[in-house]
Design a protein around this ligand. Structure first.
Ligand code: HEM
Length: 392
């Protein structure tokens, strides 16, 4: 499989979002460790590219804040969105959720994930021998799991599915993205209100029951919103892209299918190699601060290149090669520091169950179109493919 693709990336895709197929642009992997890049809304931002600097920025929330300096700089609702908060407020809210994502809790969730995966594979098998892996597997599986976990009725999914895609589509005007975000919030505020009258055993019910008096309705809706959106498109894109990549590496695919020991390291290597969240991670400097010889000024926007950091040759040997046997490297695909992905244990659980189940069910799985016809989402906060036609 070609590591890079030659199809032109639209000119309006900013450098920090550009990809050469799966890889970050080569020019970001060499040269200045920290550099000025055009920012989405005009003006410029600092892009930090190397692993050590990225970790230092993410480990320093006092100087690299998640709270935009000008109120209103980020559209839509803010309450309850952990990604727009700093300690100690961030800690106050996050600690209410950590119990829901422990390894113990994940062991209880495994049967649910297995059931959802098997049901979707059954449906694919019935309607096959071909499917769109995004629409028929990669998207609905994590979506159903997060809905069940949160207590969002599956019938309501249409309410937020389209809107969640709109929100992440950076090629749309900001007003359209804000509008979509507001509508998901409104839906969740209504849902939280209904749950308040009769809290169930799910995550939102637990939050209402155990922390209802510490949280405003807007915060509850905001937390639900973040989990719903963060738990949805991210894992879906990893499942689809991961499948595409493994189809191009048949030996490694066979290991994931046949060797249970290979699955965990394979998921970690796919996370490193794909780094699907390159740009969602941004911070605002609160003081003048030096990074790799540059002075970043108070108020400047700092973009943390998780995708470049994960291919930093100082951190991993032969970074461009996908090698599921390379062992633990401590990739940054789930971020680092206080905002490290809360849902990482769930995402890992889903991937560890879904990949081998898919490859075992369809040992002859193959792309149904030439590889260079697979359409990538060039301008999205989360890297992915729009569809993945497969056959078996
Ligand atoms: C944060 C990636 C799945 C919930 C993050 C961050 C990254 C990330 C890079 C840090 C952002 C930052 O520091 O600015 C991913 C990837 C996933 C995934 C690649 C799938 C493979 C999930 C799932 C959930 C989730 C399944 C929910 C169930 C969250 C939340 C945060 C977060 C709530 C914010 C944490 C905080 O600010 O304290 N994720 N994520 N993620 N993720 Fe994930």
């Amino acid at each position: 499989m070609a590591e890079t693709r030659t199809d032109p990336v639209p000119a309006d895709v900013p450098l920090f979002l550009r990809r050469n197929g799966f890889a970050p642009p080569a020019e970001l992997l060499t040269g200045d460790r920290v550099r000025r890049v055009p920012w989405l809304t005009g003006g410029s931002a600092w892009l930090v590219t190397r692993q050590a600097d990225v970790k230092a920025v993410l480990a320093d929330p006092a100087r690299f804040s998640n709270v935009p300096p000008e109120p209103g700089a980020v559209g839509g609702e803010v309450a309850g969105n952990l990604l727009l908060m700093d300690p100690p407020d961030h800690h106050r809210l996050r600690r209410m959720l950590t119990g829901q994502f422990t390894h113990r809790r994940m062991r209880h969730l495994a049967p649910l994930v297995e059931r959802v995966v098997e049901e979707h594979l059954d449906a694919m098998e019935r309607s096959g021998p071909g499917a769109d892996l995004v629409a028929d597997f990669a998207l609905p599986v994590p979506s159903l799991v997060i809905c069940e976990l949160l207590g969002v009725p599956w019938e309501d999914r249409a309410e937020f599915k389209e809107r969640s895609a709109t929100m992440l589509d950076l090629s749309l005007p900001e007003s359209a993205r804000d509008q979509a975000q507001r509508e998901i919030h409104e839906y969740l505020a209504g849902l939280v209100g209904r749950i308040g009258e009769e809290p169930g055993d799910d995550l939102l019910g637990m939050l209402v029951r155990d922390h209802g008096d510490e949280l405003t309705t807007a915060e509850l809706a905001g937390l639900g919103f973040l989990l719903l959106v963060a738990g949805h498109e991210t894992t879906a894109n990893m499942l689809a892209l991961g499948t595409l990549v493994l189809l191009g590496h048949p030996d490694q695919l066979a290991a994931v299918r046949d060797d249970p020991e290979a699955v965990e390291p394979a998921v970690e290597e796919l996370m490193r190699w794909l780094s699907i969240v390159p740009s969602g991670v941004q911070r605002y400097a609160t003081a003048d601060v030096g990074v790799a010889g540059e002075t970043i000024r108070a108020g400047d926007v700092v973009i943390v290149g998780l995708h470049t950091a994960n291919r930093d040759p100082d951190f991993v040997t032969d970074p461009a090669t996908l090698d599921i046997s390379r062992g633990e490297v401590g990739h940054l695909g789930f971020g680092h520091g206080v905002h490290h992905c809360l849902g990482a244990p769930l995402a890992r659980l889903e991937m560890r169950i879904a990949f081998p189940a898919l490859f075992r069910r369809f040992p002859a799985l193959a792309l149904a179109v030439p590889e260079n016809e697979v359409e990538f989402r060039a301008l999205s906060a989360v890297y992915g493919v729009t569809a993945l036609p497969v056959t078996w």
